[in-house]
Design a protein around this ligand. Structure first.
Ligand SMILES: Cc1ncc(COP(=O)(O)O)c(C=O)c1O
Length: 424
């Protein structure tokens, strides 16, 4: 058998430990080929909402596959896509009226960036070629998404990327006494940037409330309200990348529900199908949509993917949203279990930066170790926990079927792991 047949994502294959072969999932747990059980504390790259192999979603997928598995989405439509958009439309701000499908978080961002750019192009404004984004942001791995990201993953590709201006992100944690000061510095910097470039900026893109891959960094709602009103005043579009924060990760259906100023574009993916199938949406306004109407194809949005609006994925999404409506109590319980769990971690001098937003909790581990990240990952796994620290940042972002007891036990195990590593 060729052991190196598969090239895994975000993996340095040279020194990587052999991939764990997972054969089954059930609720919050995954099972490997040797019969070991792991609690999935990161929802498998943040996609799983209701637990693995959820029977109701599996059934919805099966039933849809028997009826219509796929059809070209240009010139044709179908009931699952229509029903999904109607459902979502009743849950999001009224101004977000037009739904554009794609297949993953990166493409949902790519679509928003291209739409924002082409909106101005179609108006005859060829100068608005810049985008604004935050330091530490991650919006995906396609070229456009990389151009507005700044999480350190994509530096090799700088010369291929288009220009975007980065502003500092004043991230905060429980007991942070300097946050006001940090926010003021950023707001002053933002005004300077806007004074110089606002005529050239097409849109601001951000992960509202929590930056995911950049280190689960959290900011205050009041800061975002101030940033967004400065942006809106200048007629610059606002893109909310809720690929990670969507579907109650931040405690509300979308982070936008907590923020006063609503976006012109909303990008969603990951949890949309409950973690079963790839699907994404870029949702925008009538104003933007209308700018693409005209008598020739040139004004239209020339973008699409083979599996756009796959009916099976749409059926999974409809079922997932239905289940989600009955999960609110669990979501509140996860938040309070996180707060209790972080209290347990407070005992350790090796842990700092404790923070929580909705169902997401994170903290930093401080140890002298040549490869702390790999060591933590390995030790967590050997304790039956699937956790994937970002550098020295450990975070928990569990599926909503997890119990408070399972969360608290996990925090106790995490503390044991952290205390068990020797400083080198
Ligand atoms: C905020 C955010 N945007 C975009 C993406 C890219 O999504 P995908 O991996 O589905 O392309 C991610 C992925 O982690 C993300 O967290």
């Amino acid at each position: 058998m060729n052991k190196n047949l598969i090239w895994h994502p975000f993996t340095q294959q040279k020194n990587s430990v052999p991939e764990l072969k997972i054969i089954r999932g059930d609720g919050a747990y995954l099972f490997d080929a040797d019969g070991n059980k792991y609690i999935d504390l990161i929802s498998s790259w943040w996609v799983n909402l209701h637990g693995h192999a959820h029977p109701e979603i599996a059934r919805a997928i099966y039933n849809q596959a028997l009826k219509l598995e796929h059809v070209i989405f240009a010139g044709f439509t179908h009931e699952p896509a229509i029903r999904l958009c109607e459902e979502l439309s009743s849950l999001i701000p009224d101004r977000l009226t037009k739904f554009f499908f794609s297949d993953n978080g990166s493409t949902s961002v790519e679509v928003a960036l291209k739409m924002a750019y082409q909106f101005w192009y179609n108006q005859g404004d060829r100068e608005k070629t810049l985008f604004l984004s935050f330091d530490g942001s991650y919006h995906g791995d396609t070229l456009g998404a990389m151009s507005v990201s700044n999480s350190g993953f994509h530096d090799h590709f700088k010369k291929l990327q288009f220009q975007s201006i980065k502003i500092k992100f004043p991230h905060t944690w429980i007991g942070d006494t300097e946050i006001e000061e940090k926010e003021e510095v950023v707001l002053r910097e933002l005004v300077e940037v806007l004074d110089e470039y606002s005529n050239k900026i097409s849109a601001l893109i951000l992960e509202p409330l929590v930056q995911g891959a950049g280190g689960m960094r959290m900011c205050r709602v009041s800061f975002l309200n101030r940033v967004l009103s400065a942006i809106k005043e200048r007629g610059i579009f606002i893109i909310f990348d809720e690929v990670m924060t969507g579907f109650y990760r931040t405690g509300t259906l979308f982070a936008l529900d907590q923020i006063l100023i609503k976006p012109d574009f909303l990008c969603i993916s990951k949890g949309i199908t409950g973690g079963f199938l790839p699907l994404a949406l870029t949702i925008t306004t009538d104003i933007i949509y209308n700018a693409f109407l005209g008598d020739d194809f040139f004004r239209a949005f020339a973008h699409g993917h083979s599996y756009t609006a796959n009916p099976i994925a749409c059926a999974a999404a409809i079922k997932s949203i239905e289940i989600l409506k009955n999960s609110i109590c669990n979501i509140i319980n996860i938040n309070s279990a996180h707060l209790q769990g972080l209290d347990i971690l407070k005992q350790s001098e090796r842990i700092s930066g404790l923070r929580v937003c909705g169902t997401i909790a994170a903290f930093e581990v401080h140890l002298l170790h040549a490869n702390l990240n790999a060591e933590l990952k390995k030790r967590f796994l050997s304790k039956g926990m699937l956790l994937r620290p970002l550098g020295n940042t450990v975070y928990l972002l569990p599926p909503y079927c997890i119990t408070q007891e399972e969360i608290l036990n996990s925090y106790r195990d995490i503390l044991e792991v952290v205390n068990g590593i020797q400083n080198e």
